[in-house]
Write a protein that binds this ligand. Structure first.
Ligand code: ZN
Length: 132
């Protein structure tokens, strides 16, 4: 398994990791298989969508609107970041992408994003390439 280290800069932020994931897949010499991208943190997410600056801001605005900070969440009694955990729940912690002819089968407009929901922090994303 490979790891991608990420140093986030904002409290909430989308970081395109497509290039790094592609590098890992290409280094594996796997013709057909699956690539799993997984975040080990409870206040981050992994999503696939279009890397367009307006859309990225729309996604952050949506997270803010759906799950605003400090809405009386119970977990805020412990460390004041319930909204970060809840955003992670909505986003999900992993994606799986088929590999064909040695490449990720991403669509033309699809990029892989790491989503920081409680930054800035040092983060780690796991990438596992399985042949089959
Ligand atoms: Zn917490």
């Amino acid at each position: 398994m490979e790891r991608i280290e990420i140093k986030t800069r904002e409290s909430t932020e989308l970081i395109d990791i497509t290039g790094k994931v592609k590098e890992i897949v290409n280094s594996k010499d796997v013709d057909s298989g699956i690539c799993v991208i997984f975040t080990k943190h409870t206040t981050t997410g992994i999503i696939i969508n279009e890397n367009e600056s307006g859309l990225k801001r729309d996604i952050l605005a949506l997270l803010n609107e759906l799950i605003p900070k400090g809405k009386g969440y119970l977990h805020d009694r412990i460390d004041d970041n319930a909204h970060s955990h809840l955003r992670s729940v909505v986003l999900g912690s992993s994606v799986a992408i088929p590999i064909e002819k040695g490449n990720l089968t991403l669509g033309r407009w699809q990029s892989i994003f790491f989503v920081e929901c409680d930054g800035p922090r040092r983060r780690e994303v796991c990438v596992k390439v399985v042949e089959g």
